[in-house]
Write a protein that binds this ligand. Structure first.
Ligand SMILES: Cc1cc2nc3c(=O)[nH]c(=O)nc-3n(C[C@H](O)[C@H](O)[C@H](O)COP(=O)(O)OP(=O)(O)OC[C@H]3O[C@@H](n4cnc5c(N)ncnc54)[C@H](O)[C@@H]3O)c2cc1C
Length: 297
């Protein structure tokens, strides 16, 4: 029986493992190596590690856990249940593991716009988060992608980073007059024509080709679409979700299920590596305190 099983070895799961390992807890981390930012060339905005590659960050984190005896298993966990005060999880090969506490640090995945040419540029000059990649795109010709009214907020926000911002609604012509006026007043150009494809070289966006044959030179694109949980373990365990599709947690990352904690992008809304790591640390402390209380004679 483990003191704690951690599912997800991104920044949230690894930081929780560090706190619990240092507290001499018997911990295992299961991870199948698909952190949300694996497309990105750099991880920005993390003090002391600004600009480091996501792979290097995870590699360093895993190496730092070695001396604390944390077990790392490169496996997918397919099922998780809670019964009579303990958790039972199964990997995809049918192996069974038990623990007193469980942490879900399984993250989110992004629903990418269905645009030809996007995947080769994603994480290099096509992004979704201005706090992660806005600085690197400053003063560039920036396209913002969002169907219907979805991209309006993002387009206005991007004015922080560049004067040249164009909103592409990709064939949606239903922007309201007030929206058009707001965008115009704030110096955002609008293109409602459907997009045919994105063209770039070596990861750098060069132009957007429209269905009507026109071509617009652009250097970066930020999109505004939606996200999904990376796996359905939260649902399997009966967690409560918010209307934004993330798991509801309390002040110390506790979920509505006793002994089950959730940290990182899978819960809450500021989705940055440093926040995920901090939530992991909070969950680690809370799990250890709960175990201490239960074991006190
Ligand atoms: C393109 C891109 C660029 C980004 N750039 C930045 C940036 O510059 N700076 C920044 O602060 N943030 C950035 N982010 C956001 C950042 O990636 C997330 O905030 C962060 O990764 C969240 O950490 P996490 O530990 O919650 O989840 P993740 O990092 O997504 O890790 C979750 C882990 O859980 C594993 N997992 C999921 N389900 C299972 C399962 N059932 N069994 C086993 N393992 C499982 C996954 O394989 C994954 O390794 C970026 C995001 C994207 C998409």
């Amino acid at each position: 029986m483990y003191d704690a099983i951690i599912i997800g070895g991104g920044p949230a799961g690894l930081n929780a493992a560090m706190i619990l390992g240092r507290a001499r807890r018997k911990v295992v981390v299961f991870d199948h190596g698909q952190p949300r930012n694996r497309w990105a060339v750099a991880m920005n905005g993390f003090l002391t590690s600004d600009g480091m590659s996501p792979q290097e960050f995870i590699g360093k984190g895993r190496a730092e856990l070695e001396k604390y005896g944390v077990e790392l298993q490169d496996k997918v966990i397919s099922t998780a249940t809670y019964s009579k005060g303990s958790f039972v999880v199964n990997d995809a090969d049918g192996n069974v593991y038990r623990s007193r506490k469980l942490l879900l640090a399984t993250g989110l995945k992004d629903i990418l716009p269905q645009l030809e040419g996007l995947e080769e540029l994603y994480g290099k000059s096509v992004h979704h988060c201005p706090y992660c990649d806005g600085w690197e795109s400053k003063d560039m010709a920036i396209a913002v992608y969002g169907k219907g009214r979805k991209g309006i907020g993002q387009a206005l926000a991007m004015k922080n980073w560049s004067e040249q911002v164009t909103l592409y609604t990709d064939g949606t012509r239903e922007l309201r007059r007030q929206d058009m006026e707001l965008l115009h007043r704030n110096g955002v150009a609008v293109c409602t024509t459907a997009i045919k494809k994105l063209v770039g070289e070596a990861g750098r966006l060069q132009r957007i080709v429209l269905e009507n044959g026109q071509e617009h030179e652009q250097q970066a694109l930020f999109f505004s679409t939606s996200t999904q949980q990376q796996c359905d373990l939260g649902e399997q365990l009966g967690c409560e979700f918010t209307s934004k599709g993330v798991i509801k947690t309390g002040r110390l990352q506790n979920s509505s299920i006793p002994g089950l904690y959730v940290a990182g992008d899978a819960d809450r809304d500021v989705q940055l590596v440093i926040v995920a790591a901090a939530e992991g640390a909070k969950a680690g402390v809370a799990i250890n305190m709960e175990l201490q209380k239960e074991d006190r004679k």
